[in-house]
Design a protein around this ligand. Structure first.
Ligand code: FAD
Length: 120
């Protein structure tokens, strides 16, 4: 079994933007790549909803699909138009996984995304 510090350093230094939220999508943790890609530092982002990243051009149906999968304890992945702190728009390839406790209740969400703007 690896010590917790190894997990922490690995997640911190991952090349993907990684965030952990509470069940209402409020950000509890974001790694260094999250700051690099979104432009939001730790001090800006903790406590805000992930919707801060939305460019508000993604159709409602996409979010409805996302939340119905997540509420059904299924992971969701897809592409969204996101906005950096500076206002630049980028295409995010995002994957969200519900994290369950021992009673099967959602306690957190794990979000991982990368900027795929260049690939389009
Ligand atoms: P909202 O009013 O927040 O929601 C739109 C619809 O989603 C509503 O109809 C509502 O019923 C449903 N909904 C919202 N929150 C919940 C909830 N907690 N439980 C059940 N249903 C809910 N969005 C992005 O645009 N870009 C991202 O990079 C991004 N990353 C995310 C990462 C994680 C880990 C999670 C959990 C969510 C992420 N989201 C992201 C989704 C984000 O939280 C918002 O739901 C979304 O941006 C829409 O925000 P809104 O304010 O436009 O609409």
């Amino acid at each position: 079994i690896l010590p917790p510090e190894v997990y922490r350093q690995a997640v911190n230094q991952a090349d993907l933007a990684i965030s952990i939220t509470d069940p209402s999508a409020r950000i509890l943790y974001a790694n260094d790549s999250f700051s690099r890609i979104t432009g939001y530092g730790q001090e800006d982002i903790i406590g805000l909803n992930e919707s801060i990243l939305s460019n508000h051009t993604t159709p409602r149906e996409i979010y409805a699909e996302m939340w119905s999968a997540l509420q059904a304890h299924r992971p969701w992945s897809g592409k969204l138009l996101n906005k950096r702190k500076c206002g630049d728009v980028y295409l995010a390839e995002l994957s969200i996984t519900p994290v369950l406790d021992n009673n099967g209740e959602i306690v957190n969400f794990l979000g991982m995304h990368r900027d795929v703007t260049e690939m389009h």
